[in-house]
Design a protein around this ligand. Structure first.
Ligand code: GLY
Length: 374
């Protein structure tokens, strides 16, 4: 195996050479995916879309590593545009961590900006208000008028809990932390199966809080294992442990990571669902890079000998993505390829902005350039 720190440094250099060109030609966009290699723009398409924080997050990570002010300017432009979302109640859902931690959160951590601090706490207040006290879960999505999804919780929300943990640290008010812990404890009980695999959606009765059923959601089917959901669990439980020092949270991070590691295919990328039919070859590179970030986080909290396994698995995932699933040409806006939003969507294996975000974050962790934003 090649020297991993040298390898990570080489990948970091490649990211820096490409991103300065990509950022300069996409200055005023909020991209989600590419069309013929060119980033699209969600500024007017849907400012409330859940991925709209990741372009700003990439810009902050790039700024932190290079101090090139272009990145900071673009990040702040995204953050200011997101105020239209913050003022749109129907567009506020459980994804506030994904939107405001990589933008306003990063801005506040980097510059101590007061407006950014205000945005972080407004988003945290809204997220805290999504607690269903009967079921002990944060409601996931909205469903204007019908109430159909009032009892739905999803595993992705584990990655939004850091907004609440951090809000408690910022304000010295324990309520945010208490609410996040309630949700994390619910997730241990209802989302993680005995074998360490996770469900995507769990539906509760929103009035009584009683468990009703699970749904396959963005995965193949009920009872299957959507790989990005598995990755959100790994990283989300690891971050819960980081903020709370709850040993059980670390155990759940490890348990979900162990399941992921046992199922990494030898010759292919990570499938969209670990249980998809054998003749289905659709991959989701985002699951690989998010899981790698989570595993590198787990490693920090383990004794050196047992932590090694998680670092090695993360490196295996990142090597594959970097060598086989990255587009390093400067003419194409995205880096990571073969990302999939959901198994049953019409389109599969395209570029998705958070694939690039978590790939860069993982490489920055390996090269000690990370701006911690969670
Ligand atoms: N949070 C939605 C997803 O991972 O697709």
């Amino acid at each position: 195996m090649v020297n991993s720190s040298l390898w990570a440094q080489e990948i970091s250099d490649k990211i820096k050479s490409k991103m300065i060109v990509v950022a300069a030609r996409n200055k005023h966009k909020i991209p989600y995916t590419t069309e013929n290699g060119v980033y699209d723009d969600w500024t007017d398409k849907n400012i409330c879309w859940w991925t709209n924080g990741f372009w700003g997050g990439i810009m902050w990570q790039m700024y932190h590593a290079t101090e090139n002010n272009l990145y900071r300017e673009i990040a702040i432009e995204v953050e200011e545009k997101l105020d239209r979302n913050l003022m749109n109640h129907g567009g506020m859902d459980h994804d506030s961590g994904f939107k405001w931690l990589p933008t306003s959160g990063a801005h506040y951590r980097k510059d101590g900006d007061k407006a950014a601090y205000n945005r972080v706490l407004l988003a945290a207040d809204n997220l805290a208000g999504r607690l269903n006290t009967a079921g002990g879960f944060l409601r996931a999505w909205n469903d204007p008028g019908s109430g159909d999804k009032a009892g739905w919780a999803i595993i992705d929300c584990m990655m939004n809990l850091p907004l609440l943990y951090w809000a408690s640290e910022l304000t010295k008010d324990p309520r945010y932390n208490q609410i996040a812990r309630i949700h994390a404890n619910m997730a241990k009980k209802y989302f993680v199966r005995d074998d360490g695999s996770v469900k995507h959606i769990v539906e509760f009765d929103p009035l009584s809080g009683e468990y009703i059923r699970s749904h396959g959601g963005q995965g193949y089917k009920r009872g299957s294992v959507w790989t990005r959901g598995q990755a959100w669990a790994i990283y989300g439980f690891a971050l819960s442990h980081q903020y709370t020092h709850d040993e059980e949270a670390l155990k759940y991070a490890v348990k979900t990571a162990d399941y992921f590691i046992e199922n990494i295919p030898e010759k292919h990328g990570i499938p969209v669902d670990f249980m998809q039919p054998e003749d289905c070859v659709w991959e989701d590179s985002t699951a690989a890079v998010i899981a790698a970030c989570g595993m590198l986080e787990i490693k920090k909290y383990m004794p050196e000998d047992s932590g090694k396994k998680y670092e090695e698995a993360a490196l295996k995932l990142l090597h594959f993505v970097a060598e086989e699933r990255c587009n390093w040409t400067e003419e194409t806006d995205n880096i990571v390829e073969r990302c999939t939003a959901a198994y049953h969507d019409k389109e599969h294996e395209f570029a998705i902005v958070y694939g690039d975000y978590f790939f860069i974050e993982a490489i920055w962790k390996l090269t000690e350039q990370e701006l911690f934003i969670w």
